[in-house]
Design a protein around this ligand. Structure first.
Ligand SMILES: C[S@@+](CC[C@H](N)C(=O)[O-])C[C@H]1O[C@@H](n2cnc3c(N)ncnc32)[C@H](O)[C@@H]1O
Length: 246
């Protein structure tokens, strides 16, 4: 499965993710925070908000997609040595130069299976008392898309990891986190109909499904999914987590 994204298009269409990301950035407690890991920085729109809100922090911007990192480098160039870029896969162990004081992550963990293992890896790069502040797809996220895919034959059933708050609260406690909070936030999101909606589906939601198909079949597939949805609306449900490494 390709780890690559159409990063320039993502950067252009990911306004819902940037808007949700602003809330996540605001939840980060700036006290005693010098180094923040942005786990799944994408094209850097949320990373940029973090750098603006906390002008004294340095950020390690991690992503598994080389194209996303390229886009993030462009967007964040003006922050100079305040940002370091790391091409790494959150599904595998990775190392930082030193422990982070906080980890921020937006719209990423639902792409990573096995959250108990993911949270153990994150605890391993976070200092004792350091914060994890994250938001990603939770139970019920884009259920209408899953139903539409099931109707036309989903080549990647169960591809996304959409846990309940209880699932990930337990996984975080097991991984050595304390003060754990986890809650769902429904975010039904309307996209401009027609081409903008189809581009959003193809670039973000159906990225991996589309990548499996020959180029010529992609638009038809995306249209078949869109036609089964109740309008250009995505029934997003975000899972927020907040925790400190014990
Ligand atoms: C929807 S984008 C979110 C980007 C950014 N945080 C935002 O909110 O706009 C998801 C990002 O997670 C990254 N990602 C997904 N799975 C990953 C993995 N296993 N390791 C590292 N990055 C991953 C993707 O490459 C992509 O850049």
């Amino acid at each position: 499965m390709s780890r690559e994204w159409d990063a320039a298009t993502y950067d252009r269409v990911a306004s819902p993710q940037a808007r949700w990301g602003a809330d996540v950035v605001r939840r980060l407690d700036p006290r005693d925070v010098e180094v923040v890991l942005d786990a799944g920085c994408g094209s850097g729109r949320v990373t940029e908000q973090l750098l603006e809100r906390l002008p004294d922090v340095r950020v390690v911007a991690l992503d598994g997609s080389a194209r996303m990192l390229e886009e993030a480098r462009r967007r964040l160039a003006r922050y100079g040595s305040r940002v370091a870029f790391l091409h790494a896969d959150l599904r595998e162990p990775f190392a930082l130069d030193g422990p982070a004081d906080a980890i921020l992550s937006t719209a990423t963990f639902h792409w990573v299976p096995d959250h108990p293992a993911l949270f153990r890896r994150l605890a391993g790069v976070l200092r004792s008392g350091g914060q994890l502040v994250a938001q990603y797809g939770g139970a019920g996220n884009i259920a209408s898309v899953a139903r539409a895919l099931a109707e036309i034959g989903d080549p990647l059933p169960g591809r996304w990891t959409y846990p309940t708050p209880d699932d990930d609260r337990a996984a975080l406690l097991d991984a050595g986190f304390a003060d754990v909070e986890a809650w769902l936030q429904p975010e039904p999101t309307t996209i401009e109909p027609g081409e903008p909606f189809e581009t959003f589906l193809a670039t973000v939601v159906l990225r991996e499904h589309v990548a499996l198909l020959p180029e010529a079949e992609r638009p038809g597939f995306v249209r078949a999914v869109a036609a089964r949805l109740p309008g250009p609306v995505l029934d997003y449900v975000r899972l927020n987590v907040q925790a400190r490494r014990a």
